[in-house]
Ligand binder design. Structure first.
Ligand SMILES: NC(=O)C1=CN([C@@H]2O[C@H](COP(=O)(O)OP(=O)(O)OC[C@H]3O[C@@H](n4cnc5c(N)ncnc54)[C@H](OP(=O)(O)O)[C@@H]3O)[C@@H](O)[C@H]2O)[C@@H](O)CC1
Ligand SMILES: Nc1ncnc2c1ncn2[C@@H]1O[C@H](COP(=O)(O)OP(=O)(O)O)[C@@H](O)[C@H]1O
Ligand SMILES: [K+]
Length: 531
């Protein structure tokens, strides 16, 4: 199983990590600050010309800020002028205060720089393209009032043609580590871009909170730093290494899936693992059945659904390849778990909230199998999460959506946290002592100790059709199908791969997707990746 180590992932650095990558590349003589800025600005100009279709004689407006993001803007302004456009530059703050590389490119621009004056900007005529290079990764506090006023003026300026807006690194007003808005009046105060050109790597803010709604299309431009650069771990206890972006290309995904999902040659059904999904009473079985089907399709050799006696008839009428067992109580479960070939357990989908579920979770965790806890298995511990955390171990994983997450980790929930979703998941993993898979448009996988990955169901990997009842149940099943034959302690990797399979299966179905469709897309997906 050595091939499960394959990780063809990209990085998703914070602002501090991005700074460290740049500094170390400059120190090692890989590039210079001016060269990076020149590449960044030229990439912006090129992308803006392409996206807008503008050419010689067309008007361009470049808004430049007081830091290096502004520096990228001055490079872009010079490049657009070179391409024959009629370029106007408007600056926040006095450009004479710019230092370092940015000052160099102000000089290279050498023409008039207007102050950022909403009234003047509102008079038009509206340009064909606009570059937003006011703030990038250095935005550290709410934007000044003049910025939203200038944006509003630009939006309403008179003019015939459409305006293509291109953001340098990230739209100004989004905090690049968290995706939070640093604009007191909300999203209306940030100029939504048609296209965002991120430099070197996508940042967390492109995927989290308000970021995705404001970035438009996201493209990454190389600025001369190698993709393989790694910074040393930061010293803060919960920062850990750079977040990995789980976005494998087709060739990478094929290798990765082969490592995780292809059966061993000469294997048998038990070597592919046996998943036990626990279900609830009559009329509550759909979620567990979907998880079970997904586990079987993903590659578990056997899947058993364990339900109370009065739910057997209903389930028997709906299942064939999936086996059925009566599991009335935690004692029944304990008896079943004497069979150590049961290698992965799923508890939560449709299981019911209360003491029966809590007792089953205790028995499951004590049995030390790969154990996936979702939905009702999480909510059952909302009043006493420590009781759950005390029993969790490295072969357990919690797969909450934001609502379930907030019940177990109230201080880290969406409404109360003052950190990124990534750091919230990291902190939760440390507290719980197991892997956390925190769902949403961007799904985070975090392990105790700080390792974290972000799966973007966004941009070219848009999986918005997954926001449908039961989609999470199938994710549990896919994860169980992989975990059933994964070596111990590999749940982080299994969770990354499961999220990716789940998303790709959903995308291959597309509009109108319902949860039942997901498991049955997996064979086509595997075939497409050469399994
Ligand atoms: N060599 C490199 O480093 C490269 C960097 N690159 C580019 O640089 C960007 C990062 O540059 P950066 O670190 O200078 O930050 P940036 O986003 O320009 O903003 C910081 C400035 O804004 C100010 N400021 C902050 N908040 C404010 C507020 N609310 N209201 C008013 N002012 C505020 C802040 O002032 P201060 O906080 O210091 O008072 C400071 O002056 C990155 O996104 C990429 O585009 C690329 O060219 C590649 C090479
Ligand atoms: N807007 C969205 N874009 C992309 N993926 C999404 C979006 N909303 C939800 N998802 C994904 O859909 C699934 C929903 O799971 P969950 O919330 O547990 O649903 P359920 O409880 O109904 O099964 C998760 O895998 C989540 O990451
Ligand atoms: K910007």
């Amino acid at each position: 199983m050595s091939s499960v180590e394959i990780h063809q992932m990209r990085d998703c650095p914070t602002s501090a990590q991005m700074g460290a990558i740049e500094t170390s590349a400059m120190k090692d003589g890989v590039t210079t600050g001016a060269e990076m800025m020149r590449r960044a600005g030229r990439a912006l100009a090129r992308a803006a010309l392409e996206a807008s279709g503008a050419g010689p004689g067309d008007r361009a407006l470049v808004l430049c800020g007081p830091g290096n993001n502004g520096g990228d803007g001055y490079v872009a302004a010079s490049a657009l002028r070179e391409a024959g456009l009629d370029v106007q530059v408007s600056a926040l703050g006095d450009p004479r205060n710019l230092r370092g590389d940015a000052a160099l490119f102000v000089e290279e621009w050498g023409e008039a720089i207007a102050p950022l004056d909403p009234e003047a900007l509102g008079q038009g005529p509206r340009p064909a393209l606009m570059i937003d290079a006011v703030f990038g990764t250095g935005l550290s506090r709410p934007v000044p009032d003049v910025l939203p006023k200038a944006f509003a003026a630009i939006r309403s300026a008179p003019g015939a043609g459409p305006l293509t807006i291109v953001a340098a690194d990230i739209p100004s007003g989004i905090q690049s580590d968290t995706g939070a808005l640093l604009a007191p009046g909300g999203a209306e105060e940030v100029l939504a871009a048609d296209l965002t050109i991120a430099f070197h790597a996508a940042k967390p803010g492109h995927f989290l909170e308000q970021g995705p709604a404001l970035c438009g299309t996201l493209e990454i431009a190389s600025i001369g730093l190698s993709q393989d650069d790694r910074t040393p771990p930061l010293t803060e206890p919960h920062e850990g290494d750079i977040t990995r972006l789980v976005a494998p290309g087709a060739a990478e995904a094929a290798k990765w899936l082969a490592g995780w999902a292809r059966p061993e040659p000469g294997g048998h059904k038990f070597s592919r693992g046996h998943v036990l999904v626990l279900g609830g009473g009559p009329g509550k079985g759909g979620a567990a059945r979907m998880a079970a089907r997904a586990a079987l399709r993903t590659g578990a050799g056997l899947v058993t659904l364990g339900v109370p006696a009065d739910a057997i008839t209903e389930n028997a009428a709906r299942l064939d390849a999936i086996m059925l067992s009566v599991v009335e109580t935690a004692d029944d479960l304990g008896g079943m778990l004497e069979d150590d070939r049961l290698s992965a357990l799923v508890l939560g989908p449709g299981l019911g909230i209360g003491e029966r579920t809590r007792a089953m979770v205790r028995v499951s965790l004590d049995a030390r199998r790969a154990t996936i806890l979702d939905a009702d298995a999480l909510t059952s511990f909302a009043d006493h999460p420590e009781e759950l955390f005390d029993r969790l171990h490295e072969d357990a994983i919690l797969t909450p959506h934001e609502g379930e997450f907030a019940r177990l980790f109230p201080d880290l929930g969406l409404k109360s946290r003052d950190m990124s979703k990534i750091d919230a998941a990291r902190r939760a993993a440390d507290r719980a002592g197991c892997v956390i898979l925190l769902k949403g448009a961007a799904t985070i996988v975090a392990s105790p100790g700080g390792a974290a990955s972000l799966h973007p169901g966004l941009y070219e990997r848009d999986t918005r059709w997954l926001a449908t009842a039961g989609a999470g149940d199938t994710l549990c099943g896919i994860l169980a199908g992989l975990a059933a034959h994964a070596p111990d302690g590999r749940l982080h990797g299994a969770a990354e791969c499961a999220t990716s399979i789940h998303a790709e299966a959903a995308r291959s179905f597309g509009p109108g997707l319902i949860a039942e469709d997901i498991p049955d897309r997996i064979p086509d997906l595997y075939r497409a990746h050469g399994l």
